[in-house]
Design a protein around this ligand. Structure first.
Ligand SMILES: [Zn+2]
Ligand SMILES: [Zn+2]
Length: 68
């Protein structure tokens, strides 16, 4: 009897969905205080927003200046 082993279906990578509390600057869950972009309402960590401002980085979504 040949009992062929069926390999398990390849696990699909978790879809990259942007959650409500996902910070696009450090690409992780927002910790601590939340900064939300006044233009597009995208949420970031307040800490990341402060850093972004120092580094003159723009909002990932709308490319506006981050002004925490
Ligand atoms: Zn924005
Ligand atoms: Zn962050």
């Amino acid at each position: 009897m040949s009992d062929k082993k069926i390999p398990p279906p390849p696990a699909l990578p978790p879809s990259f969905e942007i959650k409500d509390n996902f910070c696009l600057f450090h690409k992780g869950v927002i910790k601590g205080e939340i900064y939300s972009c006044p233009t597009c309402k995208t949420k970031y960590c307040l800490e990341c927003a402060k850093k972004a401002r120092l580094e003159a980085r723009l909002c990932i979504k709308c490319k506006q200046l981050v002004i925490p």
